[in-house]
Design a protein around this ligand. Structure first.
Ligand SMILES: Cc1cc2nc3c(=O)[nH]c(=O)nc-3n(C[C@H](O)[C@H](O)[C@H](O)COP(=O)(O)O)c2cc1C
Length: 183
């Protein structure tokens, strides 16, 4: 049974809405157990428990909010070198297009890489001109169905990677002929 943690920081609820959709996507994959937790709710046990994490934050000055960085900085003391090999992906809400959410995604992925996580992007287009190469990045909160699909797709893909490598479920590998892309 693969475990997915969706961990997020949010001040006005936009990233939280994205996180809920990422968790919804992950829960659509058979055999995956999902935990959805804010940075204030989650503990190191959640990170130990998961096989894959989706880490989300609003874009603050083109980067990661300090509170989330602090959480992961402080975890170094006990967790670094002990949680390698889990899957990781990122999502971010920003004030507007061009405001830097992809930079924040890269910052979040950098944190995960430092812990030895296997981070990934997604090549899918959920609609024309709507993709998530660095993770799910949006202005504000997910409003349209396409924006919601973007977040859902990230969760689906994370759960599929977990199922593929933890539960040895080959059919979830995107290069397998049998692989079916979710809508
Ligand atoms: C301290 C601070 C810095 C911010 N910096 C940026 C920024 O660099 N680029 C941007 O597009 N929006 C920026 N914003 C706006 C937030 O990213 C945006 O409102 C986001 O949707 C908030 O998400 P949340 O509701 O999950 O907190 C900033 C907001 C705050 C409070």
């Amino acid at each position: 049974m693969g475990n997915v943690l969706v961990q997020y920081y949010s001040e006005t609820g936009h990233t939280r809405e994205m996180a809920e959709l990422v968790a919804l996507g992950a829960s659509q994959v058979n055999g995956i157990d999902v935990r959805l937790k804010s940075i204030d709710q989650s503990t190191l046990e959640d990170v130990d428990w998961c096989h894959g994490i989706a880490l989300g934050a609003p874009t603050h000055l083109g980067s990661i909010p300090w509170k989330l960085k602090k959480w992961w900085d402080e975890a170094v003391e006990t967790q670094w070198g002990k949680i390698d090999g889990k899957f990781g992906c990122a999502f971010s809400s920003a004030g507007g297009l061009g405001g830097g959410p992809e930079l924040t995604c890269m910052g979040l992925l950098t944190i995960l890489m430092n812990y030895g996580f296997l981070v990934f992007g997604v090549t899918d287009y959920v609609a024309p001109m709507m993709t998530l190469h660095y993770g799910a990045a949006l202005p504000g909160h997910p409003k349209t169905q396409t924006e919601k699909d973007l977040c859902i797709r990230l969760g689906v893909r994370l759960a599929e990677w977990v199922s593929c490598y933890v539960d040895r479920n080959d059919s979830y590998h995107p290069l397998k002929a049998s692989y079916k892309r979710s809508p």
